[in-house]
Design a protein around this ligand. Structure first.
Ligand SMILES: Nc1ncnc2c1ncn2[C@@H]1O[C@H](COP(=O)(O)OP(=O)(O)OP(=O)(O)O)[C@@H](O)[C@H]1O
Ligand SMILES: O=C(O)[C@H](O)COP(=O)(O)O
Length: 407
């Protein structure tokens, strides 16, 4: 999968054209307000470029999971207002996506106008990738631009189906996301390492297997590491672990050896008697986790080991926290390693690419989010990409790249 294999805005003259722009306006909302504008801010350059060149930009997106029915609280109306503020430009919201309101609004557009249509997931055809819904969306526009890397793992009408019916292009954010990910894993400056943390081996099995074949060093942290430690015969008390994954963990350890991947596991951990702030804690070696206690963070010897390993790398991919970062003091290990990665990145010694919802929260919590070389806007799509899966939204852009003569 390479960015060269699909068309970009470099070969699109948008003047006078109606452009169906698939964005990802699925922004986090807390207490009724957007809590993070990153996705909107990262999308804005594509819209600005298209509108400033005289394109008529019809933005479509899903928001949350309304399951094919209109849910008033999940309307894109307030998000289109936020988009207007970020763009510093009028944005018209259309409370419809495939019906006559959308058709009329698209027809009435002038060069440089931007409209946002209602949540694509208010319609059952979206997630079913219904060809009728795809055709209906396509009928609104002359060309399709997909700028939603973070939704590219979904084969939906607005991410995949519509590209069968219109000349299709990758937007600027899509291009940037793919270039950054390719630079980290497809053609990285070596040595390349990965930090994979989080809760469960079972949800990251494909990712671990794919990483082993691609990286020179793989550090496993978080509760996932407990499963690996248990697989090596350590007693991990009442730490979160997956007993049905012990054989799998052993096979990953063996595979890593065979493929020359340095698999790094914790040497020491911070344990607590209870999963709560203020619970008594102890720092122990992984061979001394007391019965009835749980490992909730990596310890200082592990931080020192990871610091040493990071110093040998040129490229680092990070997904998943190394401990329960939401509950101090169990954020200490994640914070320390994140700050070291940030320091090396700022010094120009390391290229760091991070992604995933919890990972972004953990890096923000460690105050280093903006010090990484690249932080993906994607959660699930980033994980699937790390797993080595083909993402339908991107496959479609590639397959249709030569269908219609460039506009
Ligand atoms: N030692 C541990 N014990 C229990 N939970 C842990 C431990 N280390 C990390 N976690 C928890 O793992 C969770 C993150 O894991 P999860 O696999 O769900 O997310 P993720 O894959 O990092 O998220 P995303 O896909 O959004 O990047 C965090 O809530 C964190 O508290
Ligand atoms: O937030 C995301 O990861 C994307 O917008 C996809 O959302 P989904 O998991 O609801 O398909």
């Amino acid at each position: 999968m390479t960015t060269q294999s699909f068309r970009t805005l470099d070969t699109l003259d948008p003047r006078g054209k109606k452009i169906l722009l698939r964005a990802d306006l699925n922004v986090p909302v807390r207490d009724g307000a957007i809590s993070d504008l990153t996705r909107i801010e990262r999308l804005a350059p594509t819209i600005k470029e298209l509108a400033e060149k005289g394109g008529r930009v019809i933005v479509v997106s899903h928001f949350d999971r309304p399951k094919g029915k209109p849910v008033p609280e999940l309307s894109l109306a307030p998000i289109s207002e936020a988009l207007a503020r970020v763009l510093g430009k009028k944005v018209t919201f259309v409370p419809d996506c495939v019906g006559s309101l959308a058709q009329n609004a698209a027809t009435a557009m002038q060069d440089g106008d931007v409209i946002v249509l209602e949540n694509t997931r208010f319609y059952p055809g979206e997630e079913k990738n219904d060809p009728e819904m795809a055709k209906s969306l396509a009928s609104l526009a002359d060309v399709y631009v997909n700028d939603a890397f973070s939704a590219a793992h979904r084969a939906h009408a607005s991410t995949e189906g519509v590209a069968h019916h219109l000349p299709s292009f990758a937007g600027r954010l899509m291009q940037i996301e793919l270039s950054a990910l390719e630079a980290a894993l497809e053609n990285p400056e070596r040595p390349v390492g990965a930090i994979v943390g989080g809760a469960k081996v079972s949800t990251k099995l494909d990712l671990l297997n794919n990483m082993i074949g691609k990286v020179d060093m793989l550090a496993v942290g978080g509760a996932m590491a407990n499963t690996f430690l248990a697989a090596q015969g350590y007693s991990v008390g009442k730490s979160l672990k997956e007993d049905d994954m012990l054989d799998t963990a052993r096979s990953i350890i063996e595979q890593a050896k065979q493929r020359g991947c340095d698999l790094v596991l914790p040497l020491d951990v911070v344990v607590a008697s209870d999963f709560m702030a203020g619970a008594p804690t102890e720092l122990v070696s992984v061979s001394e986790i007391p019965a009835g206690w749980m490992a909730l963070d990596i310890g200082p010897k592990t931080v020192a080991l990871l610091t040493e390993k990071l110093g040998t790398l040129k490229t680092l991919v990070w997904n998943g926290p190394l401990g329960v970062f939401e509950l101090p003091p169990f954020d200490t290990g994640t914070n320390a390693v994140a700050q070291e990665a940030a320091r090396l990145t700022k010094d120009g010694k390391l290229k760091t690419v991070a992604g995933g919802g919890d990972t972004v929260s953990a890096l923000r919590h460690a105050h280093v989010l903006h010090d990484m070389s690249y932080v993906s806007t994607a959660g699930g799509a980033f994980l699937e990409w790390l797993e080595g899966k083909l993402l339908p939204g991107i496959v479609m852009l590639e397959e249709t790249a030569h269908d219609v003569a460039p506009l």
